[in-house]
Design a protein around this ligand. Structure first.
Ligand SMILES: Cc1cc2nc3c(=O)[nH]c(=O)nc-3n(C[C@H](O)[C@H](O)[C@H](O)COP(=O)(O)OP(=O)(O)OC[C@H]3O[C@@H](n4cnc5c(N)ncnc54)[C@H](O)[C@@H]3O)c2cc1C
Length: 422
């Protein structure tokens, strides 16, 4: 029975495993360093207390419980010999398949900015989101009991990177301050909270149209977010961020949404990697020179119709995972692989309640406001793997939307409290 080893249980690896599991004569081993799928599009909602962690991470074993030919292994892969279709865990165990799928995603890239990895909070994993949520709550708790400590950046949140992740977390923080703080921290003077979204580019959401960019920027400002464009970050220090133009902002909370790179595993596979440390793949998603090995999702540079690499998006990863499964099934039947063609559903970003931008389909049909907000919720709900996950997320969104209750996040990681207060 052919054996397929898949590294990574995110959108790409999980969709590949589920699709392949439909072939009862194939055995699949899915390896991930977490025993859950983390749903990155919802992480900013976990970080700002809108959703609980269990709404943004789902047990791999539960998702695959009805797929008896899929075996889930909790392990971190540290290296691989692709010509032998073999990977080795960090504790020395090896897994070899007739086919090997690399779907290990990406991680934050700090672009070697001094101090950024030590003094800022990335938002890529569930753990990042939980740590950031505790940092935000700890900051608010401290400010609530020390009314004078709002100076020196105690209540200043600086978000680096004005792409969709930076815009979404900034808008959600703005919502938190404008709608929720008064219910939760009666003594806290909300006018002392400062949210700054900074980017070296000259526009927010640079991959969107000028009209979407203008809408998003105006909406952010209405949410109380200061948008600071055109100057890169020179250094992140304990207590401040310094910019290339010589300015500095005092802050204890820097959120890094500045960019992505493939994880360190790509350096230990004996390959020369491409842009963003990702693996350049053939049109059929195969790794050149390594028959039976595929790379998909954020871990790969996959060319689109125009020859340029497709963006790091959940829908790209999901479709590539399914296509890879099809090509493995074809290879098992002795047929050649088919080229991957991405069906472009568009791009979208949430700014806050009733406020979003969406550019639908390859033609980029532009929507803004409540319709785009509803489209964002609908599209992201369909990406959730199980009906139960969809229902639970919708219940949480409805509670928040209709204002029936406010989820006040627990401070479950007190060590995240900022150390330096004036
Ligand atoms: C904050 C944020 C918001 C986003 N919002 C959106 C959005 O709104 N819409 C959208 O389309 N896209 C969004 N994206 C992008 C989208 O989440 C990614 O493109 C998608 O997750 C890629 O799927 P993947 O399967 O390639 O990687 P991932 O989903 O990252 O999965 C990779 C898996 O590999 C595992 N892994 C990694 N290294 C190892 C190892 N060495 N050993 C074992 N396991 C390993 C990880 O634990 C993980 O489970 C967002 C991304 C971020 C960070």
């Amino acid at each position: 029975m052919p054996h397929v080893v898949i590294v990574g249980g995110g959108f790409a690896g999980l969709n590949c495993a589920r699709r392949l599991a439909g072939h009862p004569d194939v055995r699949i081993t899915l390896i991930d360093r977490n025993n859950y799928q983390q749903f990155q599009p919802l992480l900013y909602q976990v970080a700002t207390g809108l959703l609980s962690p269990s709404n943004a991470a789902f047990s791999l074993r539960a998702i695959l419980h009805d797929r008896p030919n899929v075996d889930v292994k909790l392990a971190e892969i540290g290296s691989g010999d692709l010509r032998a279709r073999r990977v080795t865990t960090t504790d020395g165990q090896t897994y070899q398949g007739d086919y090997l799928v690399l779907a290990a995603g990406s991680e934050a890239s700090f672009f070697q900015t001094p101090g950024a990895s030590e003094h800022s909070s990335p938002l890529y994993s569930l753990q990042d989101a939980e740590r950031l949520r505790s940092r935000i709550v700890a900051t608010l708790e401290s400010a609530d009991r020390r009314p004078a400590a709002g100076d020196e950046g105690a209540l200043t949140f600086v978000i680096i990177g004005a792409g969709p992740t930076g815009v979404e977390i900034s808008g959600a923080l703005g919502d938190l301050v404008q709608r929720r703080l008064k219910h939760t921290y009666g003594d806290l003077d909300r006018s002392r909270v400062r949210i700054v979204l900074a980017d070296r580019a000259s526009a927010v959401l640079p991959t969107f149209s000028t009209a979407s960019e203008a809408y998003a920027r105006a909406a952010l400002e209405q949410h109380g977010v200061e948008v600071r464009l055109g100057s890169g970050v020179k250094a992140v220090e304990p207590g401040s961020v310094r910019f290339d133009d010589g300015a500095a902002i005092a802050t204890h909370t820097v959120i890094w949404a500045g960019g992505l790179t493939a994880g360190p595993l790509s350096d230990h596979l004996g390959l020369t990697t491409g842009r963003g440390r990702r693996i350049d793949v053939q049109p059929d998603l195969g790794v050149p020179g390594c028959p039976g090995v595929y790379a998909i999702g954020d871990f790969a540079n996959t060319a689109g119709r125009d020859g340029r690499p497709l963006p790091q998006l959940a829908s790209v990863a999901e479709q590539a995972g399914k296509h890879c499964a099809r090509n493995i099934a074809r290879a098992i039947d002795g047929q050649p692989g088919e080229p991957f063609q991405y069906f472009d559903k568009g791009i979208m970003a949430m700014v806050g309640r009733n406020t979003a931008v969406a550019e639908l389909g390859a033609g980029r049909h532009e929507l803004t406001g409540p319709i785009a907000f509803a489209a964002w919720l609908g599209v992201h709900a369909t990406l959730l793997m199980t009906s139960r996950a969809r229902i639970e997320a919708f219940i949480e969104w409805a509670w928040d939307y209709f204002g029936a209750t406010y989820v006040d996040p627990l401070l479950d990681r007190p060590e995240e409290e900022p150390k330096r207060w004036s």
